[in-house]
Ligand binder design. Structure first.
Ligand SMILES: *Cc1c(COP(=O)(O)O)cnc(C)c1O
Length: 491
């Protein structure tokens, strides 16, 4: 059942420096039609160099081919599915890229006076309103640049509120299924981290939570649906336990894909949460590009939000810096504006029913995969999942094949690997999130590939443990590659 592997250009590509030969150029300029100026005279001798040592000298076509070939080495969402879980790698409509590049938005400058920035400020105001509506919370800041930055901002808000009440408290409770950024955030915000065990349903153990909650706990940081793809069905009870002792509940909303249009965190007791615009709301995610991690809060946390706050006057918008209890700025200017534009374009293009549909499709797709793969892979939590599903490699491990081996083999089938070995509470996790944008045909190809790999594990184990076979580079020693990287290609 091995399906045909997508073909790529197969040339290996040297460094552009290695393609250089003296005197080659990629341009030809017409003769000067103005008087020549001596650069040393015009700029000062210190500013002028004869040339740049070792600078590659190549023709135009060599430059084009070099970079185009390199671009074909990447796996991309434009080539196929990225089943990474807890990261929501979906195809984002190109139209939102065009909107973000509209001249009036792309060329506006944060130092422009407010009177000339009203349009851009309206974009911010509309997005603030839409995200408050989606989350069911009362106020929001769009400043944080990414998810982890939003988490830190949110926990600093909690700390500021508790401090204003006289005691910032000492600990933050973090379930064992949490994303690694949660305990890191708590630590950087000056709190101790205490783990909360999950029960056999993959949810927070309420008895354990009650036992751990006391007057020293500032907050519970919870992801819902959690990283097992399971909805915390007792979330209201959990928030009551925390609130009863004066703590707050932070929700990691990095992957809001299972909730948008269906359930609102503000309605199930959340005090503060962040959203990853670069996962759920259209900015392409990955490659370290700009992101957006807005933080939405209930009323009681609003006075502490970062400055400036956007304020609507009778006939215009203004930035308000006069917020005495604010934690201050968390980022230059007003956030990654281009990301905010994409998010608003995405939200408006979908509309309420469209956003809800995206959620329903994301959940349906993940459940389809769970159902089709359950006969072949061990499923530690046997219940309907939300936007992602987590299998364990227990069955294959008996043959000496681990999740990482199967992920490498998946590359041979033309797919990006799923998320490997996370969440940590699942032994040898295979974490799969198809997202709403994949068609049934693509899902079936993925499912066929996974089933085929499961059969290979039984019959041709070696093929899986030594994968990948069809890539330019076969399996690398990842530890050495990370510790002693060799970035120079040698023929
Ligand atoms: C991606 C993610 C984060 C961190 O977001 P960044 O933008 O990468 O900082 C936090 N929590 C969860 C659950 C995530 O999936």
């Amino acid at each position: 059942m091995i399906r045909k592997v997508r073909s790529h250009l197969s040339q290996n590509e040297g460094l552009i420096f290695e393609q250089s030969s003296p005197g080659k150029i990629g341009y030809q300029l017409p003769p000067l039609d103005v008087p020549a100026v001596d650069p040393a005279e015009a700029l000062g001798a210190a500013q002028v160099r004869d040339g740049i040592e070792g600078f590659p000298e190549v023709s135009e076509v060599e430059v084009i081919r070099h970079f185009t070939r390199l671009s074909t080495w990447n796996y991309a969402i434009d080539l196929g599915m990225y089943p990474l879980g807890s990261c929501t790698m979906k195809y984002n409509p190109r139209i939102n890229e065009a909107v973000a590049r509209l001249e009036g938005l792309a060329w506006s400058h944060p130092y422009q006076p407010e009177s000339l920035s009203q349009g851009a400020m309206e974009v911010v105001a509309h997005l603030e309103d839409a995200l408050c509506e989606i989350t069911g919370l009362d106020a929001i800041t769009l400043q944080p640049a990414a998810g982890a930055h939003g988490e830190l901002t949110g926990i600093l808000l909690v700390r500021a509120l508790l401090e204003s009440q006289g005691n910032p408290r000492k600990r933050i409770l973090v379930p064992d299924s949490a994303h690694g950024t949660n305990p890191a955030t708590a630590g950087i915000a000056g709190y101790g981290v205490q783990n909360v065990r999950s029960n056999d349903q993959g949810m927070i153990d309420l008895e354990e939570l009650s036992r751990l909650m006391d007057d020293d706990v500032a907050a519970l940081m919870v992801t819902n649906p959690n990283t097992l793809g399971v909805f915390e069905e007792n979330i209201i009870r959990a928030t009551e336990i925390i609130h009863a002792k004066g703590g707050m509940v932070y929700m990691d909303g990095a992957n809001l894909n299972a909730l948008v249009g269906i359930a609102r965190p503000g309605d199930f007791g959340i005090d503060v949460m962040h959203i990853n615009l670069h996962k759920t709301f259209s900015t392409p995610h990955g490659g370290g590009g700009p992101g957006g991690g807005p933080v939405a809060v209930k009323k009681h946390l609003e006075p502490f939000l970062p400055v400036p706050r956007l304020k609507r006057l009778s006939d215009s918008l203004t930035w308000d810096y006069d917020v005495p209890q604010s934690i201050g700025k968390v980022r230059a200017f007003y956030g990654n504006f281009g990301v905010l534009v994409r998010a608003l374009a995405y939200i408006l293009a979908h509309g309420g029913p469209g956003l809800r549909n995206a959620t329903v499709d994301a959940v349906l797709n993940a459940n389809y995969i769970r159902h089709k793969l359950a006969p072949y892979f061990d499923l530690p939590y046997k219940r309907p999942n939300m936007h992602e599903v987590v299998f364990s490699d227990d069955r294959q491990a008996a043959k000496g094949v681990r999740t990482g081996d199967m992920a490498k083999r998946l590359i041979d089938y033309g797919f990006h690997p799923y998320t490997v070995s996370f969440p940590l509470i699942v032994h040898g996790a295979l974490m799969i999130e198809p997202t709403e944008t994949e068609s049934k045909q693509e899902l079936d190809l993925f499912i066929d590939a996974m089933i085929s790999i499961a059969k290979e594990v039984e019959e041709e184990t070696e093929k899986v443990t030594s994968a990948p076979h069809l890539t330019r580079t076969t399996r690398v020693d990842e530890v050495t590659a990370a510790r002693k990287p060799i970035v120079r290609w040698k023929p």
